[in-house]
Design a binder for this molecule. Structure first.
Ligand code: PMP
Length: 393
């Protein structure tokens, strides 16, 4: 375990003190640390002060929040809060222009989560199934199984955590008439690995052309690997491809809820009746400003990638392997069950990723600010050293 075991008891105590000291003695975080893992509370019962001081690196959020320009645009739009019909900044038009597609090829929704839900409700009727890798964005699979008829044929990831495209093709062909759609999370959550542009083409060319493919590009903006590309071009080619995007990640608008699908008009016509259309006035204007704010997008990308590389390198020095990531999160192999470790982080005021079976010894860590990632590393060393010492390893 190399350097991990060499972190001393003194460093450990110092680390806790530093973490708590950073937010003041007698703070809610100190109480949390003393009391052990607090029970999960419903959102509406969380005290804002407790919430604010937590290091929230569990949900792949953007720790910097929306840019100044976006906040200004959203603030101005509050004057429409009492209206049903109001100018909305032509958000659909702005998205269409951004991708060089027609407005009829764009559908907005309350987060890309709603796009995923709508794909399930519209495309999984009559007992149809999703073909997708495992693990992937589990909430989609849960949505499918919550529908009376829907379900998922899950294809395990390859040993190097890449998606098994040939197996997805085989499964789709074999079950052709039962397949509602193929789900390709690219890059994948929770592993952070990409599907290359060649593999996407291999998949689309390898399956029957009437099977829709939902390509979830929630983490698109964080990819550096030149073997990756967006799948928007397939929509323009008229293939049965639905690309899902979100303003939750790069634009920092997760709490405001806006995502969208780009797909051929006929494909969207199948989806549209199932969308709620409940996108708030403020985020519509925020999204238009976010698309125009390239400087902020570049800043968030740069800071995120810098921190991802830094922390992954530090973990490697400590002897911990990580899965190569092209996103705003990564997975680290702990060499021991993740569940108790997640609880230890919570006691120290850090919310890290939940368990992602079958990767039961891996922790998913979202990229926070440089300060938050420093606190993560301090806590990581403390937790892993103490647990190693107490388990005699
Ligand atoms: N797809 C993936 C892969 C995600 O990780 C998430 C959220 N973490 C979503 C979709 C949904 O995001 P949102 O509804 O905020 O757009």
């Amino acid at each position: 375990m190399g350097n991990v075991t060499s972190v001393s008891r003194r460093t450990f105590v110092g680390g806790v003190a530093t973490a708590i000291g950073a937010i003041g003695v007698g703070s809610p975080l100190e109480l949390l640390a003393q009391q052990g893992t607090p029970p999960a509370r419903p959102r509406d019962q969380q005290a804002p002060d407790d919430y604010d001081i937590l290091v929230k690196i569990g949900n792949n959020e953007n720790p910097y929040g929306p840019s100044e320009a976006v906040i200004q645009a959203m603030t101005k739009a509050f004057k429409y809060a009492n209206r049903y019909g109001y100018p909305d900044g032509n958000v659909v038009d702005a998205i269409a222009k951004h991708h060089d597609v027609a407005t009829s090829q764009v559908m907005i929704a309350a987060g890309s989560g709603e796009i995923l839900d709508v794909c399930c409700t519209s495309l999984l009727q009559d007992g149809k199934k999703i073909i997708g890798c495992d693990p992937s964005y589990e909430i989609l699979y849960q949505q499918a199984s919550s529908l009376k008829a829907g379900d998922t044929i899950r294809i395990p990831l390859l040993p190097d955590y890449r998606q098994d495209i040939p197996a997805m093709i085989r499964a789709t062909k074999k079950n052709h008439r039962q397949v509602g759609f193929v789900y390709l999370c690219n890059p994948n959550n929770p592993t952070g690995r990409i599907v290359t542009k060649d593999e996407v083409r291999q998949l689309l060319d390898g399956i029957p052309e009437d099977v829709p493919v939902l390509i979830d590009e929630a983490y698109h903006h964080f990819v550096e690997d030149s073997a990756y590309e967006t799948s928007m071009k397939y929509v323009k080619e008229g293939r049965a491809v639905i690309v899902a995007r979100t303003f939750s990640k790069i634009a920092g608008l997760a709490g405001m809820r806006l995502g969208y699908a780009v797909a051929p008009r006929d494909q969207l016509a199948v989806l549209r009746p199932y969308a709620t259309g409940t996108v708030n006035a403020s985020v519509r204007w925020g999204a238009v400003a976010a698309l125009a704010d390239k400087a902020n997008e570049d800043k968030v990308r740069r800071l995120t990638i810098e921190q991802r590389k830094r922390v992954m390198a530090e973990l490697k020095t400590l002897g911990y392997e990580t899965i190569p990531s092209e996103t705003n999160f990564f997975m680290v192999h702990l060499k021991k069950p993740v569940v108790p470790i997640i609880a230890e982080f919570r006691k120290k005021g850090l919310i890290v990723g939940r368990p992602f079976p079958p990767l039961n010894e891996s922790l998913r860590v979202s990229i926070g600010t440089p300060e938050e990632m420093t606190r993560f590393m301090v806590a990581f060393k403390e937790i892993m050293t103490t647990r190693s010492a107490s388990s005699g390893t």
